[in-house]
Structure formats: C-alpha cells, structure tokens
Design a protein around this ligand. Sequence first.
Ligand code: ZN
Length: 496
Amino acid sequence: MEQNFLIYNTLTRHKELFKPLHAPNVGMYVCGPTVYGDAHLGHARPAITFDILFRYLKHQGYKVRYVRNITDVGHLEHDADEGDDKIEKKARLEQLEPMEIAQYYTNRYHDAMEALNVLPPSIEPHATGHIIEQEELVKEILANGYAYESNGSVYFDVVKYDKDHKYGILSGRNLTDMINNSRELNGVSEKHNQVDFALWKKAQPEHIMRWPSPWSVGFPGWHCECTAMGRKYLGSHFDIHGGGMDLVFPHHECEIAQAVASQGDQMVHYWMHNNMITINGQKMGKSLGNFITLEQFFTGNHESLTQAYSPMTIRFFILSAHYRGTVDFSNEALIAAQKGYERLMNGISDIDRIQVSKECDAETDKFVKALRQRCYDAMNDDLQTPLVISYLFEACHLINNLLDHKAQICAECLKELSETMNLFAFDLLGLKSEKGANNDAREEAYGKVVDMVLQLRTKAKTDKDWATSDQIRDALANAGFEVKDTKDGVTWKLNK
Ligand code: ZN
C-alpha cells in the first residue's frame, strides 16, 4: 500500500512523514513500567497507544522489532537521584527479595496487558539484566568528558554538555531557567550542580541491589537503562522512541544527552509521547489518593467506581481520544465507552444477518467504497483512532438501515464492509469480542441440543411422520431459530 504515514515528532514539534532508517525493518523502543505496584489506568494508555502503532506498522508490511523494558532497579522515589529505590522500599516493607517484588508485579502487569489485548513486545529487557551495558555507557560518557566521579558515584555534567550541544531540546527547557528554579545545593552534595543527574550511584550500606563497578559497589542511574538497552537491541540509530508525556523531562531529555555524550549524535529519529489521563482534572497518582488500578476497574472494587468496567471498555475508552489529547476519567465517560464498544461489536456481528440485494443503492455503494480509505487516512494522520471509531459507527448506522430494509447492498459491497470493519476494529484497534467463557460454553451446549432435535426431525421426515417434523420446526421457529433445508443438509441459526 501507499506509505504516507504521518507521525508527530515531539523533538521537532511537527507531524513528519514516517521513513524508517532500514525499511522494511523498524526499531521501536517504549519505556515500560517500574514494577513495584499494580498497573493503573496511566499504564494502560502508553501500552495501548504503542500497541496501535505496533499493529499498524506491521499491517503496513514493516518488520517491527518492538522493545519495551521492565525497570527493576534504579528508579528512585523522587526521580531526581534521591530517596529509596522504589522496588527496594516495597521489598523491605513486605520482607521479600527485591526480585520477588519485581517478578510478582511483572507477572501482574502481563496479565493486565493480556486482558487489554495488548500484544507482547518483541523483546522485554530488564534493567538488572543489563548492568554491564549500562556501565559501558557510563565509561564512554566519562571518557568523552561529560561526566565526573564524586565519592564513588558518577554524575552527568549537564552544564558542560549544554555548552557544546544544548541541553533541553526535547522538553524546550532552558538551562539557565532550570538552574534558577532548582533548589540551592546544600554543602554536602556530591553534585557540581543541582541539574546534574546520576549515571551511577554508590550503594548505601542498607541498599540490597548492588553491583561492582570501577567507581563503587552500587547501581545505575535510572536514565541509563533505556539508552543502553535501546542501543543494544535496536542499534545506535533507531526509528521510534515512545512513552508517556511525563517522561519527556527528565527521563527522555537525559536519554538524548547520554546518547550524544557517548556516541556523538542522537540515537532516535522520532520521539512519540502519549498524553496523560486525569481524574477530575487532576493527575493520577498514589500520593494524590486518586489512584485506581486496572484490576480495580475490571472488578469495580474501588470507592470511586459505580460499576466494573471490562478490559475492552477501558481499551475503547482510551482509543476514543487521540493519544496526544488529554483524557479525563469519570464513570459517565466509561459508561459511554462501554455503550460505544457494545454498539460497535453488535454492529459487526449483525453483518451476518444482512440480506444481500442484486445491487446497492447509490448512497450505500458510495459509503462502502470510501470506508476503507477514510479509515486508512485517519490512521495515517498520526493515528487518529477517534476518527476511525466515528467511521465505524457510521457503518453501524448503515448496518441498521440494511437490516430495516431502508438501504440495499450487493454481495460484493457487503464483503467489503465486513472486511473493513473486521480489519479496523479487531486487527488494528485491537478490540476483541468479550463474550465470556461461560457464554461460549452455554452456546456450545445449546448448539448440541439443537443439532440433536434436528436429527429427530430428520428421522421423523424419513419415517414420513409429518406431524412431528412440523411440530419440531414450529417450536424451533418460536424459540427464534431459523431452520433451512438445503441440498447439503439442514442448517440453523439463532435470530436475535
Ligand atoms: Zn525509559
């Protein structure tokens, strides 16, 4: 197909034509979770946003290597080289190994992602599994003169880097403002300047996760892992780096500085960021007390929730907004998403009940023939999923008209309508039918009963017992089953 896919690059602040460095291969890196607690709605958004991108690039024929990391060390509580390691703190509280905490929450994250029908990435590297690569990165930055050692820790020299390369190009921040706005250094700080960030931290005696290094027994700074692992698996220049907008500063800004300070140029061609989800206009967070985990959404077990919301309702809710727009959570908005999702699923399953005509009416013909390209155009315009959904709703409206005989469709257009809706709803938006396992089992069971009743009818007909055969046919019709005698045997379906 014609490749005219535009994506918004946070770095240039423009929509740009997507041109991979080594087509048909595409390298894509997305910052994954820090595994010290259950995934919440804020985790679902980047996972779903970049799942859409992953699906769409593959659909366009690219071979995508999608790397999404697991942060299991080095993410300190205050994001600024201070405080406890988030995982270690949890491990101390629960008297577990840090790796037990990381494994437990990684497993739960995977369960939540599977429920949301988020495809697993091609590689899911762990920070603790790449300490050597991170140390190599620190050595390169030190050798190039953009870092300094201080009391066993290594810090990135932001002021020096800014003079040569300009720091802050991704976030649009200016170093002088950052210095003026940062807290005064107290006398005991190891840093030359408060804006400097840690590449390696010497472990305090109580720190459990620690590795030997040329500088001290310690652990890597949080920003190192994504630069080191992105380069390891995608090469020193790769196509896409994504994550939530909250990662632009400092995390991704620091990643750019680390790349340039180590290898002399940037690694990433397109930086992509999804916007945040707010709750009543407020950022969601543990400390703010408005924190709802995905499991709580799925079970409804939270005081702010008036009901449970299924994984597909959550997915539909997130896709109903463009990924760069804000989304505000409310029960009303989620109930609307649930209705929208059900309407779309019903529309698609209703396609089977449409009777074809010899020809389309003019309006139907025009709509169906344009639908696929309109959906592609929306996806090509920086993944406009809300537009795709609105076109699929227009199609649902047409399906209702066709069932009410207010419109006419030919066999060829019906096939096109069905294929387009299936492609966009299931393959590309990644929605799936949520008929539970119970429902499926029940349907299978009554299917067997209907088959058995129809065998009795066939036997009655063979025995020329017309009264019994008619009685069975009428009873099934009353129960909503449509029975057809064809030359290949008896078929049936349940009319809704
Ligand atoms: Zn990262």
